[in-house]
Design a protein around this ligand. Structure first.
Ligand code: WQD
Length: 338
């Protein structure tokens, strides 16, 4: 049985990936410092799969603690989610983001070298493309300086990994997510925002719950179908499946180069108002919303060409937007029934 370390494994995408890895027969270790996750997710994962992953609360900026972990656990591959990810907060506190996200990454890479770990999956983001010039976005699309320090930690992270694999002959894959949505169909795990949600769907579900008065739609004067911005909303369970396929690709040495990039999106762009409409129809309810000014740093549109992941990972999104809207709502209701 192969041992996979998932950093940030109690987080939103991380927890869904741990479930998918366990269901695929991997032995999973989780490291998570609970800075943006809850300890109860550990038992939720165990409840879904029937297998309790080994969990450690370790700050990845503490290299000694990271080393101690690797010295006592043989690891065949790492899936690295652990990072701060709030775009707005990163603008206010850039050094906190650079220190946490890049130091954590570099400690992981150094531990790989020290402990003969060869396979690394990096949680990246479509934000590295900035506002791409043409749609859909493929992996050959030129990168631009991301609008936020958060996005820049993803772009710099990819560059650090590129230099690392060149120097060490290790193997890595960077998965560039578009906009993750939805929840596990058990409603046991899902997206739990810290405080006021930055992202659209948790704000929508909290508005539907009555926790928020109404949804602010950030701008309706963009050059799009209905004036609101376009994004590619990809179900978190499909994202989890892609991580299992990506780590298996490296374990089987099927990779074509030491660092590969894959865009993970649904391939469909939806405007904010189309998402509101989809959520309302999928859950048979109405959402209060009001048009607000544009949000600083937002791009107009982004949606993925995932054909490279389809051909090389044998992956494609199979979850409908309607289902994602239903599982997101079901999870929100479960959250608030605690
Ligand atoms: C989506 C759309 C908003 C909230 C960021 C990161 C990305 C990824 C996901 C981190 C935009 C609009 C939002 C609201 C709104 N990583 N919106 N009202 O900005 O596309 O991507 O988060 O998790 O790397 O860049 O996602 O969900 O914040 O916004 O109108 O209350 O919804 O303007 O058009 P974004 P988002």
């Amino acid at each position: 049985m192969k041992n996979i370390l998932v950093t940030g494994g109690l987080g939103y995408i991380g927890s869904h990936t741990v479930v998918a890895l366990q269901n695929a027969g991997f032995n999973v270790y989780i490291i998570d410092d609970l800075s943006n996750s809850q300890l109860e997710v550990w038992e939720k994962i165990t409840g879904i799969t029937g297998v309790q992953p080994t969990y450690y609360n370790i700050d990845l900026k503490d290299f000694n603690a990271v080393s101690v972990f690797f010295q006592s656990h043989p690891i065949d591959g790492i899936i690295h989610f652990a990072a701060y990810k709030a775009v707005g907060e990163s603008v206010e506190k850039p050094l906190m983001y650079y220190r946490n996200n890049l130091m954590g990454l570099m400690n992981m890479l150094e531990a790989m070298e020290e402990n003969q770990v060869d396979n690394f999956i990096f949680s990246s983001s479509c934000t590295v493309y900035g506002q791409a010039d043409s749609m859909p976005i493929n992996e050959a699309t030129p990168l631009k300086r991301p609008e936020s320090p958060y996005g820049n930690t993803k772009k710099m992270g990819e560059e650090i990994i590129e230099d690392f694999v060149s120097a060490t002959d290790k193997k890595a894959i960077a998965l560039r997510y578009f906009n993750p949505v939805g929840a596990h169909d058990s409603a046991a795990i899902g997206e739990v925002p810290n405080g006021i949600p930055n992202n659209l769907i948790p704000y929508v579900t909290q508005t539907a719950m009555g926790i928020r008065e109404s949804l602010g739609v950030f701008g309706n004067d963009y050059e799009t179908r209905d004036g609101t911005a376009v994004r590619d909303y990809i179900d978190v369970n499909d994202l989890a499946d892609a991580h299992v396929k990506a780590i298996q690709r490296l374990l089987d040495s099927k990779n074509k180069s030491n660092l590969e990039f894959f865009n993970l999106g649904s391939g469909t762009g939806s405007t904010v108002l189309e998402i509101v409409d989809a959520f309302e129809k999928a859950n048979n309810l109405k959402i209060n919303y009001e048009i607000k000014p544009r949000r600083a740093g937002d791009i107009v549109q982004a949606y993925a060409d995932y054909s490279f992941a389809k051909s090389q990972l044998n992956w494609e999104p199979i979850t409908s937007l309607e289902t994602s809207m239903q599982t997101a709502w079901k999870f929100q209701q479960q959250l608030d029934n605690k």
